[in-house]
Design a protein. Structure first.
Lengths: 364, 364
């Protein structure tokens, strides 16, 4: 029987990698394959879906293919290096450590270790699957012999649920009393450069509209960066203009998307950037720095900036937030672009490439 | 929304191709930023100041003696390890158990903590010594640093009529893109280049000079050379006339400017550099500038060496400028010809040319 087992450092609910892993497992099982998830750790909510990775030998079969969802540094990497089964890497990018240097040395060391582990695994893998050409190029550079680009299995339709009514009502009331609302969704982290958004906001309020607001949604990865950002916001007198959202449910997140005028991303390093796809799903026009895989993910559904100079970001964000014709063009392009991330197509492509490795016929 | 300043409306583009339209939007955004820069809405260096302000809140950006001493206090505070483990508990038995464990392990904890504290204090002491030494060095360096050059002592450039202007214009003739005159003063050389069909523009930190140039219809902006080059795209210029202050600025600043200029010049681009000779500087530099300038002019050969490090090959060097310092005899007087010839020789041997012009091309 065809068997493709997945390994992941941590299996988490409401997490892009966790959702992707579970969606693939379901697709493999639906295709009649044997498929289990092995993890170093799993969230209580879904711990019955994962098996500790060290228990894999008791499940191992002669024709197994192992698919590793590369994330952070983990002993799972070392475990897989010791295995003889064909190994496939599914790579969603690891932020280079230099972004954290000086901010949080522990995080810098951890991602550095993750990259070292990836460099050891890449030449050993029979295939590297990446969700962007940008990530595929990184895999190839690390010695991966063969790479395929397959978009991450993101359940776009799952985001279509109605926004949380209470959150939406509160955000809408606040919006009615303010100027344009800029939104960014992503971890508070130096590589995401939220401080540049704050600088741009300060300029936009001086130049265009003193009531412009910035909404930042996402957890803090490094406490030092979040703390610095808070201090900076206070110093610039923007405490009332910057609002942070953390640990939001999907319905609450939908409300934040609905209550924004423009999605602004000046992240300096992105391997794919799912929030761009989320913005497209909510018809929210995008302004983004053309860095990493962002141009590839956004396509023509964004105003792509060649520089993250605050003056440029402020001007572009204000323009997009207030120019109806431009908003219409970007939203329409976003809807077209969404078709490229059809989860059914991604699932099918995963079945094809992995089925070929595992010697399984795949019905389309 | 209360828009304070509306941006210029779209220039009525009705292009059907969204990518053409987005390109046009980007061009309009860039033009808007350039307009704000030129109008003084975006003072030179403001964006850098915002970045620096943010860094003051970061652990990497901790600057100045106060921050250093604050950090040192943190080290001192953390160097003490409390071995009195709390034994409070909601349950009586729990308290007893904790107490017992504390008593039983005390000898072991004492032994480990003693070593940790010794190490921590050694590190703290070393940090104190380093900070003390650093403060000493900083005060010594501050004493050696010359006072700032008064702005009034820096001559505003009027290079269009200089002896080297025709050579510079001729050298830049083949440039097939934008040519920047850094520190262009009232723009006389920019005007000469435009007259020769060169797509020239200028920047200068002197606002009165820029106003004069702008009144003459020239594209000149109120910015310093480094601030401007910072925002020019890589390989975005076909030619650069380097600023006059390059010859006497601080060596670190000089190296930064040269590196910036080299990176902003396209391959095949032309760089023109005018400087006093070291001897000419001594003879002719304004007194305050000569005494207080942090750097000194280099020989033309040294420039050839420095530029080569950035992929620039010197294609021509021309000396000139500065009239002879010695008076000639009236030619009608007997023996005047031989005396004047001797004066020429003395001048050449002792005085030499006051200035030179270097033309270089970026080869790689």
């Amino acid at each position: 029987m065809t068997a493709v087992h997945q390994f992941v450092p941590a299996l988490l609910p409401r997490d892009a990698t966790g959702d992707h892993t579970r969606a693939l497992r379901d697709a493999f099982v639906a295709a009649g394959w044997e498929s289990r998830i092995f993890a170093e750790a799993a969230h209580d909510e879904i711990c019955d879906e994962a098996i500790h990775y060290t228990d894999y030998p008791s499940y191992a079969g002669p024709d197994d293919v192992l698919l590793y969802q590369v994330g952070t540094a983990s002993p799972v990497s070392e475990f897989l290096l010791s295995r003889r089964e064909p190994l496939v890497l599914d790579y969603h990018n690891i932020t280079p450590g230099h972004f954290y240097a000086g901010w949080e040395d522990e995080t810098a060391a951890r991602v550095g270790r993750a990259r070292e582990q990836l460099a050891a695994l890449a030449p050993r893998a029979v295939l590297g699957i990446a969700d962007s050409a940008y990530n595929a190029a990184e895999l190839a550079e690390l010695g991966c012999r063969r790479t395929e680009v397959v978009p991450i299995v993101v359940d776009v339709d799952g985001w279509a649920e109605d926004p949380d009514p209470a959150a939406l009502a509160e955000l809408a009331a606040s919006r009615a009393a303010s100027g344009p609302v800029w939104l960014f969704v992503g971890r508070l982290s130096p590589n995401k450069a939220q401080h540049v958004l704050v600088e741009a906001l300060w300029l936009a309020r001086r130049w265009f509209d003193p009531d412009t607001r910035l909404h930042l949604v996402g957890p803090a990865v490094t406490g030092a960066y979040a703390q610095a950002l808070d201090g900076f916001v206070d110093e610039l007198g923007l405490a009332g203009a910057v609002r942070r959202g953390e640990h939001l449910s999907p319905a609450e997140l939908a409300a934040w998307f609905r209550a924004a005028d423009v999605f602004v991303c000046v992240s300096e390093h992105e391997g794919f950037c799912i929030p761009l796809v989320e913005a497209m799903r909510f018809d929210l026009p995008i302004v983004a720095l053309a860095a990493g895989a962002v141009p590839e993910t956004a396509g023509d559904a964004a105003v792509l900036l060649g520089s993250s100079r605050p003056a440029t970001v402020a001007t572009a964000a204000h323009r997009v937030a207030t120019d109806d014709r431009l908003r219409g063009v970007l939203a329409a392009a976003g809807r077209r672009r969404l078709a490229s991330f059809d989860p059914a197509r991604s699932r099918q492509r995963f079945l094809e490439v992995l089925g070929a490795l595992a010697g399984a016929p795949v019905a389309s | 929304m209360g828009i304070v300043t509306a941006m210029p409306e779209l220039s009525g583009a009705t292009s059907a191709d969204p990518s053409d339209y987005l390109q046009q939007v980007m061009a309009e955004i860039d033009a808007e930023v350039a307009r704000r820069r030129a109008s003084g809405d975006l003072p030179a260096g403001l964006e850098r100041e915002l970045d620096e302000l943010f860094l003051e809140f970061s652990p990497v950006g901790a600057q100045g003696q106060t921050r250093l001493r604050e950090s040192l206090s943190l080290v001192d505070g953390s160097a003490y390890v409390d071995i009195a483990v709390p034994v409070e508990s909601n349950k009586r038995a729990g308290r007893l158990v904790k107490r017992t464990v504390r008593s039983l392990t005390r000898f072991y904890v004492d032994f480990v903590v003693h070593q940790i504290v010794r190490f921590a204090w050694a590190v703290s002491r070393l940090a104190h010594q380093l900070v003390d030494r650093l403060e000493e060095l900083e005060s010594e360096v501050a004493a050696l640093r010359p006072p700032p050059v008064p702005a009034a002592a820096v001559p505003v450039a009027d290079d269009g009529g200089a002896w080297w202007a025709p050579t510079a214009v001729e050298a830049l003739g083949p440039a097939t893109g934008r040519v920047l005159h850094a520190e262009c003063g009232a723009g006389s050389l920019v005007a000469a280049m435009l007259a020769a069909g060169i797509d020239a523009y200028g920047v200068d930190p002197s606002e009165p000079a820029v106003e004069t140039a702008a009144a003459a219809g020239l594209d000149v902006r109120a910015e310093g050379a480094a601030d401007h080059l910072d925002v020019v795209p890589t390989e975005g210029l076909a030619g650069i006339v380097m600023p006059a202050s390059l010859q006497w600025c601080d060596p670190t600043e000089r190296a930064r400017l040269v590196a910036l200029a080299a990176s902003r010049l396209a391959v095949g681009g032309i760089l023109v550099l005018h400087s006093s000779t070291p001897a000419g500087w001594v003879r002719r530099a304004p007194t305050l500038l000569a005494d207080l300038a942090p750097g000194r002019p280099l020989h033309a050969e040294t420039w050839a060496h420095l530029l080569a490090e950035h992929g620039l090959a010197v294609t021509s060097t021309r000396t000139g400028g500065g009239s002879a310092g010695l008076d000639r005899m009236d030619g009608a007087l007997p023996g005047a010809a031989s005396v004047n010839a001797a004066i020429d020789l003395v001048e050449q041997a002792l005085l030499g040319p006051d200035e030179y012009l270097v033309v270089a091309t970026r080869e790689r």
